[in-house]
Design a protein around this ligand. Structure first.
Ligand code: ZN
Length: 138
């Protein structure tokens, strides 16, 4: 069995952002030489997510509105976590959108359903973050 590991570096200009990282994961897969197996992609931070969905701008705005309804950023004082920090909402948004995805690899390709793409969801950005890509197989 072969094993491959890489950390992707992601910098976002805004507090919240949704970034399609499918191409970077495909580059990792090509680099690994693995043709059949599994890829795990996870955020290495507790205020951001990796998830799979459609690459459609309207949907991403809908995510933003939905997340702000469930875990509004402001007022910061509504959260006990916000003493020295102001990112309690970001921790909650990450819980809702998830930490990681696992995708099957078949014939050297990501074995997606129709329209599936991998996204990095940032909820407390404006600094560099890391995403772990781990691939196992043969
Ligand atoms: Zn925090």
């Amino acid at each position: 069995m072969k094993s491959y590991r890489k950390e992707l570096r992601i910098e976002t200009p805004h507090r919240r952002d949704y970034i399609n990282i499918t191409r970077q994961v495909e580059e990792c897969l090509n680099e690994s030489g693995i043709r059949d197996g599994l890829v795990l992609v996870n955020s290495m931070h507790i205020t951001s997510s990796v998830f799979i969905n459609d690459d459609e701008g309207g949907l991403h705005q809908d995510f933003e509105v939905w997340l702000e309804k469930l875990a509004p950023e402001k007022p910061h004082s509504q959260y006990r976590h916000n003493g020295f920090e102001d990112n309690a909402d970001a921790h909650m948004k990450r819980q809702l959108m998830g930490r990681e995805v696992v995708v099957a690899i078949t014939n050297g390709k990501l074995d997606f359903g129709p329209w599936e793409q991998i996204f990095y969801g940032e909820y407390d950005g404006k600094r560099e973050k890391r995403v772990l890509v781990k691939i196992i197989g043969e």
